[in-house]
Design a protein around this ligand. Structure first.
Ligand code: NI
Length: 165
């Protein structure tokens, strides 16, 4: 089942997401719904707060199949790279973001097993982007004040659209 994507400036997007203590049927169903929602929206990653669930869960697929991680943590990072990024929760905004080139992420899979994932380039970028969501951080927080000013009209429109809903 797909779920509606919440957009800026929704308060859920700004919260620190809760650690998943227990991988039960409910969070597994959430992970399935998130993957379905991501594919429908043609995204390559999605974090639980983006469907209004403040819990530490991310899904990603850059073409090699879905990866899902509960309670992901970046345990090491190296290099930096810049690339334009968008976000399903900040529609119509593209920003150049600097991030680590390679990362190692630790998390738990749906069977409750600890997994360690080494990611580079696009996958490293997607995972960093999604893990940011779990800390209440959006791409607009990762750019300079000047870059933010350049998109202020678009952000204002998003705030206005949400008030009208
Ligand atoms: Ni995003």
């Amino acid at each position: 089942m797909t779920r509606p994507i919440v957009t800026y400036p929704d308060a859920t997007l700004r919260k620190q997401a809760k650690t998943v203590e227990n991988i039960d049927g409910e969070v597994v169903a959430l992970a399935d719904d998130m993957a379905e929602t991501m594919y429908l929206s043609r995204g390559i990653g999605l974090a639980a707060p983006q469907v209004g669930e403040s819990c530490c869960l991310v899904v990603a697929d850059i073409g090699g199949g879905v990866i899902e991680l509960f309670n992901p943590e970046i345990i090491s990072a190296e290099g930096t790279a810049a690339m334009k990024e968008g976000c399903l929760s900040v529609p119509d905004v593209m920003l150049e973001i600097h991030r680590a080139e390679k990362i190692v992420v630790e998390g738990i899979n749906r069977d409750g097993k600890k997994i360690i994932l080494e990611a580079e380039d696009l996958m490293a970028r997607v995972l960093q982007h999604e893990i940011d969501h779990l800390r209440g951080m959006l791409i607009i927080d990762r750019v300079s004040k000047i870059q933010r000013q350049l998109i202020s009209g678009q952000l204002k429109k998003l705030r206005r659209d949400q008030k009208q809903r």
